[in-house]
Design a protein around this ligand. Structure first.
Ligand code: PLP
Length: 380
């Protein structure tokens, strides 16, 4: 069975006549087409970038850089969003009829998939990850069976490396879902892909030329350290990218965001990114060692792998069992009196007793370890 995009996209979106502006056709001369302010921005100091003008609606220059950086066939396979959170929302909006259609998620997973589903009045189907011994892998047969049984599931969100699991899904399992004959979108969220050590577990973004139903989501918020500019991307078949472009707000990426993104994707920006990734990976290894030899009892295993810029760490009770009560206490104590904020994830499926700790600088990791030790002694 071959994938039919027209059966996945909502009829109103397929029929949409996208917003067009005069700037799509003409961008030079005396620009009196868009009700901008020719007297310029109300800023004391002049800044580069014609901020009194609307930004380019599509930013082909940024997309060119992404095409070469990620080895993607063409700019027509790249969509830019206001963070990958916008991409998640758009994917749901273009495919799911409110009150009728559904998405599938695989808990424990990133929270925004279900939040966006609820906002859009879209149903949620859950097929838990296999969490045995912190495997955090797809129950592939179960996922495929569920997708095949329910044609109202329009998108399946797979997070790799997973948040909060810090674990990559196996490529074979992703491939199996892509090839199972499901006529919906398989969205692989690779927000943390640059922190993955082993090449063979790396990005599936080059698969977009092979699979018309694959969307790979990435972001500049993590490895590029640019959460503040809000830029995420979708990599997919050109037909699906066209749908996303038709549906987004006309000028979703601001001029300032675009300027910073271009700088970050330049050769010097990329080398800074690689340098920072190397430092983060080093700190990740160091933290694992520190946790393994922790000076007080109460710290258990790192659950799952270490493939994101964070670790899922067990907090144990006196009997050595992962314990939500203690984990939550430690979380609150650290945040309220130790100036260190981590995340309590114990209520997520397969994460009992776990804190999610983001990898920071060497100094931040030293402080984290010290304060975790103090907190564990205090609640002992
Ligand atoms: C798995 C995952 N996807 C997407 C996002 C959102 O990223 P962005 O900042 O690009 O919206 C996050 C942020 O924490 C995340 O963990």
């Amino acid at each position: 069975m071959s994938f039919d995009l027209s059966k996945v996209i909502r009829p109103n979106i397929l029929a949409l006549k996208p917003y067009r502006c005069a700037r799509d056709d003409y961008s030079a001369g005396i620009l009196l087409d868009a009700n901008e302010n020719s007297y310029g921005p109300s800023l004391q100091e002049a800044r580069e970038g014609n901020l009194n003008r609307y930004p380019d609606p599509l930013h082909p220059d940024i997309k060119e850089k992404i095409v070469s950086f990620r080895n993607i066939p063409s700019v027509h396979n790249v969509f830019l969003g206001v963070g990958s959170d916008e991409v998640i929302d758009l994917l749901i909006r273009v495919t799911c009829v409110p009150g009728q259609d559904k998405i599938l998620i695989t808990p424990p997973t990133y929270g925004m998939y279900s939040v966006c589903a609820q906002i859009n009045d879209v149903g949620l189907v859950k097929v838990n990850l296999d969490v045995e011994d912190g495997a955090f892998q797809l129950q592939t047969d179960q996922v495929i069976k569920t997708l095949k049984q329910d044609p109202s599931i329009k998108v399946v969100f797979l997070c790799s490396p997973g948040n909060p699991t810090s674990t990559c899904l196996s490529h074979e399992s992703i491939k199996a879902v892509l090839e199972c004959g499901y006529n919906g979108i398989v969205a692989v969220d690779e927000a943390y892909i640059d922190f993955v050590e082993e090449k063979e577990k790396g990005s599936v973004s080059t698969w977009v030329s092979q699979y018309p139903n694959l969307v790979v989501m990435q972001t500049l918020s993590k490895s590029f350290g640019l959460a503040g500019i809000r830029m995420g991307l979708a990599l997919a078949h050109a037909d699906l990218i066209q749908i996303l472009n038709n549906t987004k707000a006309p000028y979703n990426i601001s001029t300032l965001t675009a300027q910073v993104a271009l700088e970050a994707l330049s050769d010097s920006g990329l080398s800074t990114m690689y340098k920072n990734i190397a430092s983060l990976k080093k700190q990740r290894e160091e933290l694992i060692k520190v946790l393994e030899n922790f000076p007080v009892s109460g710290v258990g295993k790192v659950r799952g792998a270490a493939e994101g810029n964070f670790l899922l760490v067990e907090i144990l009770d006196r009997n050595g069992q992962p314990c939500n009560e203690r984990a939550e206490k430690i979380y609150t104590l650290m945040a309220e009196s130790k100036d260190v904020v981590v995340r309590f994830r114990g209520k997520e499926h397969g994460c009992t007793g776990c804190l999610r700790i983001t990898i920071g600088t060497e100094q931040e990791m030293d402080t984290l370890a010290k304060q975790l030790e103090v907190a564990l002694r205090e609640i002992a």
